[in-house]
Design a binder for this molecule. Structure first.
Ligand SMILES: *[C@@H]1O[C@H](CO)[C@@H](O)[C@H](O)[C@H]1NC(C)=O
Ligand SMILES: *[C@@H]1O[C@H](CO)[C@@H](O)[C@H](O)[C@H]1NC(C)=O
Ligand SMILES: *[C@@H]1O[C@H](CO)[C@@H](O)[C@H](O)[C@H]1NC(C)=O
Ligand SMILES: *[C@@H]1O[C@H](CO)[C@@H](O)[C@H](O)[C@H]1NC(C)=O
Ligand SMILES: *[C@@H]1O[C@H](CO)[C@@H](O)[C@H](O)[C@H]1NC(C)=O
Ligand SMILES: *[C@@H]1O[C@H](CO)[C@@H](O)[C@H](O)[C@H]1NC(C)=O
Ligand SMILES: *[C@@H]1O[C@H](CO)[C@@H](O)[C@H](O)[C@H]1NC(C)=O
Length: 425
């Protein structure tokens, strides 16, 4: 007990002797950062009084690269805003980071730069290899070059890239090249000045979650739907992709969660394995930070008139391969005029032999898939087929399958799988 007290005392007194600014000044690789802090009374007072914080301090190299990239050069006020975004509420030692991201709030609340009322966030995680990563606007990634430097009231992580302040939704979709979203916004007239009051009220509102449909399928669905909609219905469609007063970073999107959209009706979140679905749309990339919240890229258009959830799980049969059957290859050979009769006879026998094998393969695959389906173990069984016998046997095949959803609950779905035999040796 005495020893513990003594250790605590040593620990605490050591920490007390190291206020943040003097720790920062001791690190030569932070001299550019120190210079900016010295020249800003806001930063000096923030950093000398803050408690329970993590400072993400860019190294001199990080600063230099970043400053060179700025055109036109940033004003001191802008640099100050960037540095305030590097100060986080809460202490985040690198061991507390995992592959599950955390979204730490920074001190950046100036509405000129951010409309996340609790402070613009920074995503913290670590790779599977245990390397800490700090993710900011446009998913730019900073690594930690010197970890866990202690001071009174928190920690410093020295980072190798200056963080990017998240910009608006409209700038993000251009920056990150969400080309189908851009096409949808354009086709919907959502960015035209005549609609701007309607849409801007949503786009720039504080504390938002946006779902951004960024696939060809979503664009096609939109372009066929749009001509049938009035201006207010178009707005309703847009608004069904936006959730107000809630910033749904991925860890907050729990299974069964209902989110009321700007349009008025709800979206339902479904978690399945490591996938997250919004109604019937799957989140393809989550957590793009924007000035007023977060954007998740989804694979299809959301429609308030179709609130169905994700499709039932289908077994993932191996992809089909382009096929030219053994028989037709041989057919070509036979059409060459000067072929010897004996050789043709040999080919004929070979084809017969292969056909027989093909039928055997087809039958056994059908049986296995049907059996798996009846036993209600279709997912694992099909993976067995997938990774096991078929690959190993080098079979070429095509697959045609249909899950009759009406029958699926009774477990009597049928799978038809056709082999083409091209890979049979
Ligand atoms: C910052 O100011 C402190 C004293 O306030 C001084 O010791 C230090 O040298 C200054 N650093 C830079 C890089 O200007
Ligand atoms: C924050 O919201 C205000 C008012 O809604 C708006 O004027 C400002 O441009 C927004 N800031 C950003 C960075 O989007
Ligand atoms: C934004 O959300 C925060 C909490 O997440 C809340 O304190 C704040 O009032 C909200 N601001 C607005 C303008 O809705
Ligand atoms: C944003 O990120 C994308 C993808 O990582 C990249 O291609 C693009 O250049 C970035 N845009 C800016 C402006 O940094
Ligand atoms: C919609 O979601 C809100 C907020 O999550 C919830 O309070 C409300 O009951 C939901 N409405 C319906 C019809 O499910
Ligand atoms: C989701 O899980 C599957 C298999 O369980 C894996 O192959 C895939 O890479 C995972 N995806 C993500 C985004 O983690
Ligand atoms: C949804 O259905 C209503 C009533 O049938 C219709 O007025 C509205 O345009 C539909 N909305 C969309 C986005 O299809």
């Amino acid at each position: 007990m005495e020893l513990l007290c003594f250790c605590l005392f040593v620990f605490v007194s050591h920490v007390q002797s190291q206020p943040l600014l003097s720790v920062v000044q001791q690190h030569v690789e932070l001299s550019t950062f120190t210079q900016y802090v010295n020249s800003s009374s806001t930063l000096t007072s923030l950093l000398s009084s803050a408690n329970d914080i993590t400072l993400l301090a860019p190294s001199n190299d990080a600063f230099q690269t970043w400053l060179e990239d700025q055109s036109p050069p940033l004003s001191n006020d802008q640099i100050e805003a960037f540095l305030i975004y590097h100060v986080l509420h809460g202490v985040f030692p690198t061991v507390s980071l995992s592959t599950e991201p955390q979204f730490a709030s920074s001190f950046l609340t100036d509405t000129q730069y951010a409309n996340v009322t609790s402070g613009q966030r920074v995503e913290l995680l670590s790779t599977i290899d245990g390397d800490p990563q700090i993710v900011s606007g446009n998913k730019s990634i900073s690594g930690v070059s010197t970890k866990d430097i202690l001071f009174t009231g928190g920690l410093i992580q020295i980072i190798d890239t200056v963080l990017t302040i998240p910009l608006s939704y409209v700038i993000l979709v251009t920056q990150a090249n969400f080309r189908f979203v851009v096409a949808i916004l354009t086709a919907g007239g959502y960015l035209s000045t005549s609609d701007s009051t309607l849409v801007n009220a949503v786009l720039y509102r504080p504390n938002m979650t946006f779902f951004a449909p960024n696939t060809q399928a979503a664009l096609s669905a939109f372009t066929s739907l749009a001509p049938t909609l009035s201006t207010s219905q178009l707005a309703a469609t847009f608004n069904y992709h936006a959730v107000p007063n809630f910033i749904g970073y991925s860890p907050l999107l729990t299974n069964g969660l209902q989110l009321q959209t700007v349009e008025g009706s709800n979206l339902t979140i479904t978690r399945r394995g490591n996938e997250t679905w919004v109604n019937g749309a799957r989140i393809v990339v989550s957590d793009y930070l924007v000035a007023n919240g977060v954007v998740h890229m989804i694979d299809s258009l959301l429609n308030p008139n179709n609130t169905a959830g994700p499709p039932p799980l289908l077994p993932t049969l191996p992809p089909s391969k382009p096929h030219l059957s053994a028989a037709s290859k041989i057919g070509l050979g036979v059409s060459v005029p000067l072929i010897l009769l004996v050789f043709a006879g040999g080919i004929y026998l070979l084809v017969r032999w292969m056909r027989r094998k093909r039928v055997v393969g087809e039958t056994s695959l059908r049986l296995e898939v049907e059996a798996a389906s009846k036993m209600n173990r279709r997912y694992s069984s099909v993976q067995e087929l997938d990774g096991g016998s078929w690959e190993a046997g080098n079979f070429g095949y095509r697959q045609h399958y249909r899950l009759d959803s009406a029958l699926s609950s009774s477990g009597s779905e049928k799978w038809a799988v056709e082999l083409d035999g091209s890979g049979i040796r």
